[in-house]
Design a protein around this ligand. Structure first.
Ligand code: PRP
Ligand code: URA
Length: 208
């Protein structure tokens, strides 16, 4: 699968194993989601554009760089929320734009319920954040919204994907690279990723 990056980082493999564990309680689960999001974003932002900028050290001036691109973090509510802080710590000047989408339990189709994007785009590159890429419907719908908004440089950052979701996202948005900690086996009959981790929103927020 092209444009799909599955991290081989040992820290991510270690943390993902704890995250999957049914015994992991919400506080620890949130901590792991935050930490893993930061590690994945580090990999997903390796090609951000920079421009030269001189800096004055206590000894002399030195050549340096600053980020050239304005970054938007776009968590898909709810579960994507837990990924924001870990990434924001790395790039505090990023803007955060929330998109509310849930999957209809019967049809598994995405339903949009929150979007306060201003008319004109305010960022040039967006990281779409959602721990789970299951059917891919939520990710495709979010990226549709961002492209209509006018942003064309978009990356998807998730924790676990299913082959079905990766295929769907690549079919609709082949230009969007996908960064994951793991590609799992399949979706079950009710659209859950197997082996997965269960419901990412419920496990973070202690619901369900
Ligand atoms: C989960 C998850 C994704 C979506 C993935 O959200 O956080 O947004 O499902 O499934 P898909 O790839 O098949 O669209 P959910 O719909 O459970 O909403 P919630 O985060 O509000 O619980
Ligand atoms: N959403 C989740 O939270 N988990 C899944 O396995 C699939 C969709």
């Amino acid at each position: 699968m092209t444009n799909l990056m599955i991290s081989k980082h040992p820290l991510l493999a270690h943390k993902l194993t704890k995250l999957r564990n049914v015994e992991t309680e919400p506080k620890k689960f949130r901590e792991l989601v935050r930490e893993m999001a930061g590690l994945l974003a580090y990999e997903a932002t390796a090609d951000l554009k920079i421009e030269p900028k001189e800096v004055q050290t206590p000894l002399r001036s030195a050549p340096g760089f600053v980020l050239k691109e304005k970054i938007g973090l776009v968590p898909i509510l709810r579960a994507g929320l837990g990924m924001v802080e870990g990434i924001w710590e790395l790039m505090p000047s990023a803007e955060v734009w929330h998109i509310g989408i849930y999957r209809d339990e019967k049809t598994l189709k995405p339903v949009e319920y929150y979007n306060k994007l201003p008319t004109e785009p305010t960022v040039s590159v967006c990281l779409v954040l959602d721990p789970m890429l299951a059917t891919g419907g939520s990710a495709v719908a979010t990226i549709d919204v961002l492209k209509r908004w006018g942003v064309n440089r978009i990356k998807f950052v998730g924790l676990i994907g299913a082959p079905e979701g990766v295929q769907n996202l690549q079919q609709h948005h082949p230009d969007v690279p996908i960064y994951l900690a793991a590609l799992d086996d399949h979706l079950n009959e009710v659209g859950y990723i197997v082996p997965g981790l269960g419901d990412a929103g419920d496990r973070q927020f202690g619901t369900g």
